[in-house]
Design a protein around this ligand. Structure first.
Ligand SMILES: Cc1cc2nc3c(=O)[nH]c(=O)nc-3n(C[C@H](O)[C@H](O)[C@H](O)COP(=O)(O)OP(=O)(O)OC[C@H]3O[C@@H](n4cnc5c(N)ncnc54)[C@H](O)[C@@H]3O)c2cc1C
Length: 369
């Protein structure tokens, strides 16, 4: 059996890894480069229990455990580590000392208040997202998977409607099953398969050359800016001596070509200025990367993971929104089980069934070229 996986983000790479582990032939078809999109530009923050109470709880808990297992199992380094996480309130306009419950790290602005410990080394962790996705893909290839560079332009189907391959740059590539894992670009697949709408939400991020001392911890900041607006930047110091900051969203539409994704004109400068308001030394440090990416979201906020209704051999795995890095491993494991065994025992996929939402009319798919 040969499974064609459309998209080489963390979800596609995880599907390839878990299929290859089972000895199933998997081929990832990627348009631009492994982890070139959100899977290379996200925060890489992982949490055991932040999805608790939602339908994604079992997926997230399984995936948090799989991250630790993968770090043991795969001989590679993607900066996986457990990390404390704190909640910070800061304001450029008023005293927020009222919120102070714990001492603040010395590298934060005077007056920044730590209001809560949000996670400990038992419950929160991090990865460097591009390194993780790349390592998963390499591990998949070491187990027999393949990578093809090219743009998926359609799904080829038999007279009875079953999948028989995909079109790559107009040429048919044969396969017994296809997994749509193109992140926000999965909306393009609504032209080929009955799939619900997938949207792309843009976010900016900066990678600073900055290693906060003494102990690193992840920060979720509630900031009142100098302009009097509210922002929620997230800060993740990494083991390689860099610190990642995200938190500025944008309404810019998704370009068709993933390589065309770029920060808004003023996006990076605004995020840097915002950072300097709660962490002056960090905000003044060298910027190694100023970037933007789109997270894939679905109408009800839950991912789409499962068989495409009415099309034998077609599967989808997308819509992971802010938790794609966290939930990538359990998604890959579940898709591999679904394809190989007909069901996923580790995680019940019924809340993520694509059939729960109406399929988008192919004529509605509009993208900016
Ligand atoms: C600013 C920001 C911060 C985030 N922080 C976190 C975090 O801390 N923790 C967390 O768990 N999640 C986080 N996320 C979410 C996470 O990054 C995403 O959910 C995840 O990366 C989505 O992975 P994906 O594989 O579905 O999609 P993508 O990473 O978008 O990959 C899709 C791939 O499909 C390819 N593609 C597109 N069209 C085609 C085509 N026609 N043919 C072939 N290939 C194609 C693209 O080139 C791309 O490589 C964050 C997201 C953003 C935007």
């Amino acid at each position: 059996m040969r499974v064609l996986i459309c998209g080489g983000g963390v979800i596609g790479a995880a599907c390839a890894y878990f299929l290859a582990e089972r000895g199933i032939e998997a081929m990832v078809i990627e348009r631009t480069g492994i982890a070139n999109a959100a899977s290379g530009k996200s925060g890489g923050f992982l949490a055991l229990d932040w999805c608790d109470g939602s339908a994604a709880e079992p997926l997230a808990r399984r995936s948090f455990a799989l991250h630790a297992e993968l770090a043991d199992r795969i001989d590679d380094d993607w900066g996986y580590r457990r990390i404390d996480t704190i909640g910070v309130v800061a304001s450029a306009r008023r005293d927020v000392g009222f919120y102070r419950k714990l001492p603040a790290p010395g590298w934060l602005a005077e007056g920044a208040a730590v209001h809560a410990r949000l996670g400990t080394a038992e419950t929160t962790a991090q990865v460097a997202p591009a390194a993780f996705t790349g390592a998963l893909m390499r591990a998949a290839i070491a187990r027999g998977a393949r990578l093809m560079m090219g743009t998926v332009t359609g799904v080829a189907r038999d007279a009875d409607g079953a999948v028989r391959g995909v079109m790559v740059d107009g040429q048919e590539v044969a396969g017994d099953a296809v997994v749509i894992a193109m992140g926000p670009w999965s909306v393009m697949a609504s032209r080929w398969l009955p799939l619900p709408a997938v949207y792309g939400l843009k976010g900016h991020s900066l990678v600073f050359r900055y290693a906060p001392a003494p102990a690193p911890c992840a920060l979720f900041v509630e900031l009142e800016t100098e302009a009097g607006t509210l922002a929620s930047p997230e800060v993740f110091p990494r083991p390689d001596g860099t610190t990642y900051v995200c938190g500025l969203s944008s309404k810019a539409p998704l370009p068709v070509d993933p390589a065309a994704v770029a920060p808004d004109d003023d996006g990076s400068a605004r995020l840097r200025a915002m950072t300097a308001q709660f962490a002056p030394d960090l905000g003044g440090a060298d910027v190694l990367s100023a970037q933007a990416c789109y997270r894939p979201v679905v109408e009800d906020g839950l991912p789409l993971i499962g068989a495409v209704p009415g099309v034998a051999g077609a599967y989808v795995a997308t819509g992971h929104s802010v938790w794609g890095m966290l939930n990538g491993p359990a998604t890959g494991e579940a898709i591999a089980a679904l394809i190989a065994d007909g069901e996923s025992r580790a995680v019940d996929l019924s809340p993520f069934d694509p059939a729960r939402l109406p399929a988008l009319d192919a004529g509605e798919v509009q993208v900016v070229t």
